[in-house]
Write a new protein. Structure first.
Length: 170
């Protein structure tokens, strides 16, 4: 079973967006996700930060999420209502944090370069497509494990579901 397509407005970022500008280090002691979301991107550009709304899709250039390995940046994206991140490339740990926390992360250089700030985008992970106002791009097939992980909302809910299913089988 695949997730429903994601449809949202593009919020465009540049290259080498590190986790310190996604969520400044001063907020690492904050445990309330909603509070983390209020500080999303304030270290990047306050004007861009103010535009991010629930339902948006962040689109970035190369090396998205570089810097420290903190999960807080992804928690802030999710808390702010960002549905997915599309980038030319991701820092490895940031990509893993996205998946572990159930935030779809799509690495597609051509789509990331073409999608413009403010345009509408549709991402269908099940069909393997990204569609913008000026193009459509194919994605490589997604492993079933990854489909389940994102459908369940991340690694912890995925493990809980599997443990619960295992307990019922006994």
């Amino acid at each position: 079973m695949s997730a429903a397509p994601i449809e949202g407005r593009v919020v465009r970022l540049g290259d080498d967006v590190d986790t310190d500008v996604l969520l400044p280090g001063a907020y690492l002691n904050v445990t309330d996700p909603a509070e983390l979301g209020r500080h999303l991107l304030e270290g990047y550009d306050p004007e861009v930060a103010a535009r991010v709304q629930a339902g948006d899709v962040v689109v970035a250039g190369r090396n998205m999420g570089c810097g420290s390995s903190r999960e807080h940046a992804v928690l802030a994206l999710r808390a702010r209502g960002v549905q997915a991140v599309v980038a030319e490339s991701f820092a490895r740990i940031f990509l893993r944090n996205c998946l572990n926390l159930g935030l779809p992360a799509v690495e597609h250089p051509a789509a990331a370069r073409a999608l413009a700030d403010g345009e509408r985008v549709r991402i269908d992970l099940g069909a393997g497509t990204v569609e913008g106002e000026r193009g459509r791009w194919e994605l490589p097939p997604q492993p079933p494990f990854l489909t389940e992980l994102l459908r369940d909302g991340g690694l912890v809910p995925w493990v809980r579901r599997r443990l619960h299913a295992h307990d019922r089988e006994r």
